[in-house]
Design a protein around this ligand. Structure first.
Ligand code: ADP
Ligand code: SF4
Ligand code: MG
Length: 317
């Protein structure tokens, strides 16, 4: 990995709901190198969005450190954070909800530049047109409204909005989950092209391991607010080490229906953050759980170079 652009250390997030403490994130640590694309996967409710938003301080972390290009973000005042923000952009899951129906695409795309006081209104509009062309939409879309576009086009507009500020780092939060399967590949390919062309660093969030495979250099697997496994993509898919990752992978339909599969279907739902299992939080659904798993909180340990897992069992390979 190149020098980290983003370093997250021991990030935690708690909420209190009706007197009960909810642990949404616990002990989250990872780095993202300059120009690297890191996937963040896990079932719905595992805390992916909370990580993405905490990194950009769209939610306040309860504890821990987030360093971006050497600057600690958690201590910045709101005006300092506003100055840092153009370098870091967020692409939202739902391209309909995130684009105002009352603003033209031009107004939506130039809003961030205006807040930052960048350029004249003519220059800002020119940047908006250029961003639209980068996502393969016509520049004259600036005069139209979001409802005039399809879901896939709206997500392209969401990406263009992030690009107008020329960011170095993007959090893409389930950017294709709201789209038809037929459109998903187009938008992922577009993101991959842009990432390579612009040298972007990216945290790519998805509940679906199949979606991140082709775009990510490394993948982080999250369960109930804890990291279960981190590995280079190729290795994670070929040799998953953690029982949770294995279960997620075995749920992906194979293109070859005759391929032998050792399917482990995840039973039940992810537990509530109000009442997490003791020891290993995955144990209530883990096919390999031992009595000791209820006693010991597994550390995230490096098993082979660059491959980390949080599981006490080493006899599962
Ligand atoms: N403001 C909040 N107050 C209380 N709980 C929250 C809040 N925001 C998120 N959560 C809870 O945090 C957990 C993780 O949510 P989220 O980060 O959205 O997960 P994901 O993106 O992986 O689906 C969920 O259990 C969710 O209900
Ligand atoms: S520590 Fe135990 S419960 Fe947790 S993943 Fe490993 S075997 Fe399963
Ligand atoms: Mg989410």
């Amino acid at each position: 990995m190149t020098a980290p652009l983003l370093s997250v250390r021991d990030l935690s997030k708690h909420y209190t709901s009706r007197g009960t403490k909810l642990t949404i994130l616990q002990g989250i640590s990872f780095d993202i190198g300059k120009g690297e694309v890191v996937g963040l996967v896990g079932e719905s409710g595992s805390g992916k969005t909370t990580i993405g938003r905490s990194v950009l301080r769209l939610v306040e972390p309860s504890a821990g450190s987030v360093r971006f290009d050497g600057t600690e973000l958690t201590g910045l005042s709101s005006s300092e954070m506003r100055r840092a923000r153009p370098r870091m952009q967020y692409i939202f899951q739902d391209p309909f909800a995130s684009l105002s129906p009352r603003m033209t695409i031009g107004e939506i795309l130039t809003e961030g530049l205006k807040i930052q006081g960048i350029g004249t209104s003519k220059e800002r509009l020119e940047r908006a047109r250029k961003a639209l062309e980068q996502v393969d939409l016509p520049g004259d879309a600036v005069n139209r409204y979001a409802h005039e576009f399809s879901g896939g086009q709206r997500q392209r507009i969401g990406i263009a909005r992030a690009l107008t500020l020329a960011p170095e780092f993007i959090v893409a939060d389930e950017p294709v989950s709201a789209l038809d399967v037929s459109i998903q590949a187009q938008v992922i390919n577009l993101l991959r092209d842009l990432q390579q062309r612009l040298g972007l660093t990216m945290l790519f969030i998805s509940h679906d391991l199949a979606v991140v495979e082709y775009i990510c250099d490394r993948v982080i697997v999250l369960y109930l607010g804890r990291i279960m496994e981190i590995a280079p993509s190729a290795e994670l898919y070929a040799q998953p080490q953690h029982p949770y990752t294995r279960a997620l992978l075995s749920a992906i339909p194979s293109p070859d229906p005759d391929a032998p599969r050792d399917r482990q279907i995840l039973k039940g739902d992810i537990p509530s953050p109000a009442n997490p299992p003791s020891g290993c939080v995955f144990r209530t659904r883990c096919p390999s759980a031992l009595p000791a798993c209820g006693e010991i909180v597994p550390d995230l340990r490096e098993t082979t170079l660059g491959h980390f897992k949080a599981c006490i069992r080493d006899d599962l390979d």
